[in-house]
Design a protein around this ligand. Structure first.
Ligand code: ADP
Ligand code: MG
Ligand code: MG
Length: 502
């Protein structure tokens, strides 16, 4: 992706844009929540606040900043002000959180559905195939743990033309920003309170956001449910992690609030240091592990050799609570999202009709590409590529195809005989409202036209038939320049009484 050049009123060459987006990409001061002059005064204050409150990431330009805490620290890129969002849609998204938590759990138990749905993608996608194979192996051996912990983030965009709140995706593994999300809301409350007297902004419209403690509660309750006082929580991490402070926030709060210790290991380290004891307990360096929390393992890059796959299998075979288990991980696949949107599928998992209709109303148009029936949607997407996003079964951003590339890619896949199509899904492209924001990176701001994506965090814990926890844990608003396809900085707020400021 292109690096952003910073500066006032920066006008940029369009990447993949519709004429509407091009028109909207010009910054106009009159549309901003505060004037440029006021923004310029607030930014130093915001930067100090961020630094003092741990709103930080590793600075990639400094050696070892992704390996050693405290070395090379930079502020997290942020939107100076929270972003207005209709209160009713915010409440809707919050309300959906517990329903999606339950849905993930229900679907995770439907072995045949997962095998059938992902069996298609498996043929063209080695990574998904490998996860599915491991899942089948675990099922054959017998699942050792009936305590299921989900720490999810369901992401939404508000489609401006229809007013629909539509789900972009649900993440069931390694959701980022449960640690920093709460701090960002704190920053916005602070910044808004600075201009409360002189503008119409009100800090009371920035909603409370306790996502860190919400996720920590899930981890702590899972740990308690296992009942081993000597056990630790094992966080699976990448060898280099610039977003480590987001993770450390969780570890720190888990210790502070519940006295539970977290250790960090890569999958390769797990392979070298861990074993399963006679009673099924995962033991690493002599310490019992009762909960494994993955902040790695969601991308093929995290499995450079067989060693990492062996480590994942070892964990899966142990009696530790896995967040996520391999089945929860698989439920987060885009292919499953698409299958769940097919007529009659939700009803198999959720009895409550009202819940079904709430969930369904958040689904955007989603289409599978395998089989003869998919010809017409493929032809439509080739003709009108700007209306679609083409998605593989991948996580972590930067994997999707947009604009004219959708047509090119589809034509290639068809020309190759069509077998590769099963690895992708097509999704209706959502066009969110455009706002005017001040984005701050590396201490410098740029004034931009932006769009935002709302993430709602949810925690779910279940032991057999007993639901111990099913809560919405907090939120994260990510804001990006309107003409970029992905990426973004953190923001979140209410300008009017009917708007939250997120
Ligand atoms: P990932 O698991 O890689 O995060 P996503 O489905 O969230 O995959 O896609 C990444 C980003 O692409 C989203 O955060 C959003 O900015 C953009 N995006 C994804 N789907 C759509 C869509 N249907 N319409 C518009 N933008 C989308
Ligand atoms: Mg994702
Ligand atoms: Mg995403």
């Amino acid at each position: 992706r292109r690096r952003k050049t910073l500066g006032l009123f920066a006008r940029r060459a369009m990447e993949t844009s519709t004429p509407r987006e091009i028109e909207e990409a010009q910054f106009s001061e009159s549309e901003a929540l505060i004037s440029l002059g006021v923004a310029e005064e607030l930014i130093p204050e915001a930067l100090v606040w961020a630094s003092l409150h741990g709103l930080v990431v590793g600075d990639k330009s400094v050696e070892n900043s992704g390996k050693i805490a405290g070395v090379g620290i930079a502020h997290v890129p942020f939107s100076l002000l929270p972003t207005p969002f209709p209160a009713k849609d915010f409440e809707k998204a919050v309300d959906l959180s517990t329903l999606f938590n339950e849905l993930v759990d229900r679907v995770s138990l439907d072995v045949e559905f997962l095998k059938r749905a992902l069996g298609q993608a498996q043929k063209a996608d080695e990574f998904t195939g490998r996860l599915l194979k491991m899942y089948c192996m675990i099922l054959d051996e017998g699942v050792k743990q009936d305590i299921r912990l989900g720490l999810h983030r369901s992401d939404y965009m508000l489609d401006v033309a229809t007013g629909d709140l539509l789900q972009v995706e649900i993440n069931t593994i390694s959701c980022s920003y449960p640690g920093l999300g709460a701090v960002i809301s704190g920053l916005h409350k602070h910044v808004v309170s600075e201009v409360e007297g002189t503008t119409r902004l009100r800090s009371s419209r920035v909603p409370e956001n306790n996502v860190t403690d919400g996720f920590v509660k899930g981890l702590a309750l899972a740990w308690k449910e296992v009942g081993n006082k000597n056990a630790v929580v094992l966080m699976i991490v990448q060898a280099q992690e610039w977003n480590m402070y987001d993770q450390h926030w969780l570890s720190y709060r888990l210790k502070e609030l519940y006295g539970v210790r977290v250790i960090r290991r890569t999958l390769a380290q797990v392979h070298a240091q861990a074993k399963i004891s006679a009673d099924g307990t995962l033991v690493i360096d002599g310490r019992d592990v009762s909960v494994v929390y993955y902040r790695a393992g969601y991308t093929p890059n995290d499995y450079p050799s067989e060693v990492e796959w062996d480590a994942r299998l070892l964990i899966e075979r142990s009696s530790a609570v896995k967040c996520p288990s391999i089945s929860y991980h698989l439920v987060g696949a885009k292919k499953i999202q698409q299958e769940l949107a097919s007529p009659g599928v939700l009803e198999k998992y959720i009895d409550d009709k009202q819940a079904v209709s709430k969930l369904r109303s958040s689904f955007a148009g989603l289409w599978g590409l395998e089989g003869a029936g998919s010809d017409s949607i493929i032809q439509r997407a080739i003709k009108e590529p700007h209306r679609f996003v083409l998605k593989p079964q991948r996580e972590g951003g930067g994997n999707n195809t947009y604009g004219d590339d959708v047509a090119t890619k589809l034509q290639e896949l068809v020309a190759d005989g069509g077998d590769g199509l099963a690895a992708f899904i097509l999704m209706q492209r959502i066009f969110p409202a455009v706002h005017t924001s001040y984005l701050v990176r590396r201490g410098v701001y740029s004034a931009e036209k932006t769009v935002s994506e709302l993430g709602i965090f949810g925690a779910y814990l279940r032991s057999g038939d007993r639901v111990i926890l099913n809560e919405q844990s907090g939120h994260l608003m990510r804001t990006k320049v309107s003409h970029s396809n992905e990426g973004g900085v953190a923001s979140l707020m209410m300008r009017r009484a009917d708007e939250k400021m997120l």
